[in-house]
Design a binder for this molecule. Structure first.
Ligand code: PLP
Length: 417
């Protein structure tokens, strides 16, 4: 089906949930994608942080082919060879002890919220009301299901679906004073993204995360960390919280875990996991043999890539900072590892730049209206970054010229009236 025919068919047949870019991708290899017309693109988004090893990675293909010929799904009623092995590897790199596997980021986060509530209930003193409240952050994003939405601190996602799950209070990002004021014995968990992703690539401050750890440890509440976007190598360490010298009680992961297959997980301690029992939580698809076998291979590959992620991330950041010096339309550059952003001065400019780059063969995305988000595959090289920076430079220059022309026209019209 052609791009035009696909657009027409989707308009008739799908829920209108996405405002897609008008491009039909048909294949990928490494850091490149090709569309239906055979045009090549450099991928600086990796399916929103999912295709971290790039496309059609030979080791991933090998495992996929081999495992697909043996066993794809078996349900969680039976054992298979890969869940325990994957859990062991995740425990080793996270400093946590146990895993629960599911299918997506939001499902991992839902599991974390449910576990926090059940842990609080199990640990409430006789006759006392169990701790129930969650403290979450403004500008956060934890997913689209009801619990995740309830802890997402952005009205545009929450308001259309209210009333949401009760018992959540919000704190301004990195505001330690507000955290101290709102935290009390009724709080069962503090919820954070180590680096806010969808909200515009904002890393938590060292002081805030350490204070959250201190308060929760002292009161017996849990620290829930959403590393669905920032985890599994994206920031140059296995987990972004490892830049902070703390270990959370529960971590949610997903996106790159199975290199493009749907797989999420929550990781936790023996102490917290001890409140779970068969029947309390579960999933049909989560943690199937195919996804877990691929995830084991992903982790294997990740071992050799962390140094490269840090090095290329620093190079990319320096290049973006240099670009900021020559373009006043870039208000800020931020991020860590290969999770970077350039914050522009207007939503229109950001939208225009994303379209211009796509036209010129570069895939990036815009989040939070003004933020150009870069989540390239971990196998990206400095030469690819140089090419993106040159294209970005040209697109920004063009959009500034167009903006100046627009302003001059408006001024002239005003003077003529
Ligand atoms: C930090 C964070 N949490 C949760 C989610 C939800 O993940 P999913 O779309 O897999 O449900 C996302 C997705 O972008 C995310 O970035």
């Amino acid at each position: 089906m052609s791009l035009a025919a696909t657009i027409r068919a989707e308009q008739e047949l799908l829920l209108p949930t996405y405002d897609r870019q008008k491009v039909l991708f048909t294949r990928g290899r490494g850091v490149y994608l090709w569309d239906s017309a055979g045009k090549r693109y450099l991928d600086f988004l990796s399916g929103i942080g999912v295709n971290a090893l790039g496309h059609a990675h030979p080791a991933i293909q090998r495992v996929l082919k081999s495992q697909a010929g043996k066993l794809i799904h078996i349900s969680n009623l039976f054992y298979h060879q890969f869940q325990a092995e994957l859990a062991k590897r995740l425990a080793r790199i996270s400093g946590l002890e146990r895993a629960f596997f599911c299918n997506s980021g939001t499902e991992a986060w839902e599991g974390a919220l449910k576990l926090a509530r059940i842990y609080a209930r199990a640990n409430s003193k006789n006759g006392q009301q169990p701790k129930q409240r969650f403290l979450a952050l403004e500008n956060s994003f934890h997913g689209r299901t009801f619990g995740s939405l309830a802890t997402t601190g952005q009205e545009k996602y929450r308001a259309p679906f209210s009333p949401l799950v009760p018992g959540v209070d919000f704190i301004p990002f990195n505001d330690i004073g507000a955290l101290n004021r709102k935290f009390d014995e009724g709080v069962c968990a503090v919820c954070v993204e180590t680096v806010q992703g969808e909200g515009g690539i904002y890393p938590l401050s060292q002081e805030f995360l350490r204070r959250a750890r201190e308060l929760t440890t002292k009161s017996g509440a849990l620290l829930l960390v959403d590393e669905i976007q920032s985890g599994l190598g994206r920031t140059g360490k296995y987990f972004a919280y490892q830049h902070y010298g703390i270990t959370p009680d529960i971590v949610a992961i997903a996106k790159p875990l199975a290199a493009g297959l749907p797989l999420g997980a929550l990781l936790t301690t023996n102490r917290v996991a001890g409140v779970m029992h068969p029947g309390l939580h579960g999933t049909t698809f989560g943690g199937g043999p195919l996804a877990c076998a691929v995830a084991i291979e992903f982790l294997q590959q990740l071992d050799g890539l962390r140094g490269h992620i840090s090095k290329t991330g620093k190079y990319f950041l320096r290049k973006l900072q240099a670009l900021q010096e020559t373009h006043s339309s870039i208000r800020a550059v931020r991020g860590i590892g290969l999770m970077l952003a350039a914050d522009l001065d207007s939503p229109d400019t950001a939208k225009g730049v994303v379209s211009k780059l796509l036209e010129n063969g570069f895939v990036i995305n815009r989040t939070h209206d003004t933020v150009l988000r870069f989540l390239p595959p971990y196998v990206i090289e400095a030469t690819h970054i140089d090419r993106l920076i040159a294209a970005l430079d040209a697109a920004l220059a063009e959009s500034t010229a167009a903006e100046t022309q627009k302003r001059t026209r408006i001024k002239l019209r005003g003077a003529n009236n």
